[in-house]
Design a binder for this molecule. Structure first.
Ligand SMILES: NCc1[nH]cc(CCC(=O)O)c1CC(=O)O
Length: 333
């Protein structure tokens, strides 16, 4: 909202709308300022501009609470929407028309009045590792120190490599990679982010999804708009990728049922084979001692129901006390 003095000298609050009816819009895109976020916003800006020679775009750069708190492991910061709340506000206030997010950071419940309108084609969903040996994680010595602040990665890798030690590293991709060989023997990052930054050659292993099941929607971008913005929505809708939409629906239904944020060891990964959808999911304890893993196969149009059913199956198989203990610790806001 914009506060200005009216001609009568009184303070008034106005919502600025940036497009006349029937005109091709100028689209303001809200984004965080990290190099990855900027790449993603510029990528979507280019996709929108491709749709019509008259579409113009502009980036609105926003600092979120998650960007400010860099010295605390994410699992301890808590709070849903750590990286999204201030961006939601820019959309509400009409300072921006579109927001571009990494879907893995987007809470399952969105603020009223906006929605994730489009999911473009998913990029590489895997995690990737850079190691001091220059080989895969299995080439590291016993007791190696691995940098990651993701409980999902710790839980799964601790189960497979019981001697490894895990330390939290925060900051953007560039900062985190710079700690390799200094504070840690390996760093694990999402492959999609690494590729977008053109840093593939610095990674030594793209980890198979069977060994390290990805975060819900890892590698997928989401485009958020105001529900009532018909002009922008008509354009943004065209960026949807049908397979990505169906996979994401199943993975996020699973997450929503578990009430999980990114601060909980939860993973889910959907794949498609024609009309058949396979959804794999797990919940782990942080020490890697328990990893409850199940999969469900069905029709792609039933993804949401499958996500819920898979979550219930994993809860019944023993995940309930794990999640309750984590939430009680306050790692979830
Ligand atoms: N949690 C931060 C975050 N959110 C999205 C990505 C990478 C891009 C993606 O997965 O879509 C990353 C970095 C990482 O986990 O290494």
């Amino acid at each position: 909202m914009l506060q200005v003095f009216t001609s009568e000298g009184q303070k008034g609050t106005f919502r600025i709308l940036n497009q006349e009816e029937n005109s091709v819009p100028h689209i303001r895109i809200a984004t965080r300022r990290s190099p990855l976020a900027l790449w993603q916003a510029e990528y979507i800006a280019a996709e929108l501009e491709k749709m019509s020679p008259d579409v113009t775009t502009e980036l609105v750069k926003i600092v979120t609470r998650g960007d400010k708190i860099l010295d605390v492991p994410l699992a301890k910061v808590g709070g849903k929407g750590l990286f999204t709340k201030e961006i939601d506000e820019a959309l509400f206030d009409g300072r921006a028309d579109v927001a571009v997010h990494s879907m893995k950071d987007v809470p399952t419940q969105l603020p009223e009045g906006t929605s994730i309108r489009a999911l473009p084609e998913r990029a590489d969903p895997r995690d990737a590792a850079a190691t001091i040996t220059g080989g895969g994680l299995d080439t590291l010595p016993e007791g190696a120190t691995i940098g990651t602040s993701s409980l999902r990665r710790v839980a799964q890798l601790q189960a497979r490599f019981p001697t490894f030690k895990f330390v939290s590293v925060r900051g953007n991709i560039q900062t985190r990679l710079s700690k390799m060989g200094q504070e840690v023997d390996a760093i694990i990052l999402a492959a999609a982010g690494i590729r977008r930054m053109g840093m593939e050659d610095q990674m030594h292993e793209f980890i198979d999804t069977e060994m390290l099941l990805p975060a819900v929607a890892q590698g997928t971008l989401g485009i958020q708009t105001r529900n009532d913005d018909d002009v922008v929505n008509a354009l943004v809708d065209r960026l949807n990728h049908a397979d990505t939409v169906d996979r994401t629906r199943a993975e996020r239904a699973f997450l929503a049922r578990l009430e999980g944020g990114c601060q909980v060891p939860i993973a889910a990964f959907a794949t498609l084979d024609g009309d058949q959808l396979t959804l794999k999911g797990l919940v782990g304890s942080v020490d890697g001692k328990i990893v409850i893993r199940r999969e469900i196969v069905g029709l792609r149009r039933d993804g949401a129901a499958m996500g819920i059913a898979l979550a219930d199956e994993i809860l019944d198989a023993g995940a309930r006390p794990i999640l309750e203990a984590l939430y009680a610790e306050g790692s979830h806001g």
